[in-house]
Ligand binder design. Structure first.
Ligand code: SAM
Length: 300
């Protein structure tokens, strides 16, 4: 996978060289290229912002440097894919996609975008080439995304219902979530399948993961739940699902509401999380924990 990032703060992306993702980049499985937007300005002050049309507070990022930057990054990528300066694995995947005529996916972080979810991370992990455009100030002139849509696929994506000062931390969050899903990046592939949200349809589909424990068995007078020491894999799996249900109901009741009722489908319920229908045992676990779930609850 190749990831191009355009920003006015290239130094923000030092952490991409650290830990599992840094190692995957060293092995050539991911190629990161960070570009300074100011490189595509033409005035002495390298201006990237201007006052908003229509008035109002703050500044807006100008379209011209963004247009030139994205044109250049795409053009360089296509040329590179045609054979110059490839890093082994990442470059080959990108080259094949370009060869098939598949344009890169441009991701523009913005609080007004569609939510970034585990499901979206899985979809992005299958992309050979992502370009991230980091906004600052009040964001990027809207025509930049409209213009890019004429030749690229464009997603405007939010990492949560809060407002950051810039797109850089959002891009770090998304690249980490995406890159850890790439083959060979995590030491233990099974941990992805068991993760919260279970975007791949694992046992946690639609749920957050329950608690985890390690040695020692007794710590500060707190014991590890005995079932985890029983060696009974069926009982352990059931316990893990029960705990996941309880924790999800407590911390994320919105996810419980999205789970399909056992029989009828519910119109209007978000399909962003894969379905994991609640069976009678699940319902009784939730009910005992004080979270009764009926078809009616799910509908609201
Ligand atoms: N005026 C914008 C609004 O209210 O929607 C907020 C702009 S914010 C101060 C500046 C930049 O930070 C955005 O262009 C975007 O790149 C980034 N940003 C802020 N919050 C974000 C979020 N929740 N998700 C993704 N990017 C975000």
């Amino acid at each position: 996978m190749r990831i191009d990032i355009v920003t006015i703060f290239p130094e923000y992306f030092g952490p991409l060289g650290v830990s599992l993702i840094g190692k995957a980049a060293e092995r050539g499985e991911i190629t990161f290229a960070v570009h300074d937007l100011r490189h595509w300005t033409h005035d002495v002050h390298h201006t990237v912002d201007d006052a908003p049309f229509g008035g109002g507070p703050g500044m807006v990022m100008k379209p011209e440097p963004w247009g030139e930057a994205l044109d250049a990054v795409v053009e360089q990528g296509v040329r590179r894919a045609a054979g110059q300066g490839q890093s082994p694995a990442a470059g080959q995947v990108q080259a094949e996609a370009v060869g098939r005529g598949q344009p890169p996916l441009l991701v523009i972080p913005t609080p007004s975008g569609v939510p970034f979810t585990q499901r979206r991370a899985v979809a992005y992990a299958a992309e050979p080439w992502l370009i991230f455009a980091c906004g600052r100030y009040e964001g990027i002139d809207a025509r930049v995304a409209d213009d890019a849509r004429s030749r690229l696929r464009v997603d405007e994506v939010s990492i949560g219902d809060y407002v950051l000062a810039g797109g850089e931390p959002a891009v770090l969050v998304m690249t980490e979530a995406v890159c850890r899903l790439l083959p060979g990046v995590l030491g233990n592939v099974a941990s992805v399948a068991d993760d919260s949200f279970g975007a791949g349809g694992g046992p946690m589909a639609g749920l957050v993961e329950g608690p985890s424990f390690t040695r020692p068995r007794l710590w500060r007078n707190l014991e590890v739940p005995p079932v985890l020491l029983s060696g009974d894999h069926g009982a352990i799996a059931r316990w893990r699902r029960d705990e996941a249900l309880k924790r999800t109901a407590r911390n994320r009741p919105d996810l419980i509401r999205k789970l399909a009722p056992a029989q009828p489908d519910v119109a209007g319920v978000s399909r962003d999380t894969p379905r994991s229908p609640l069976n009678d045992h699940d319902r009784s676990v939730l009910s005992e924990a004080g979270f009764p779930v009926t078809g009616e609850d799910v509908a609201h």
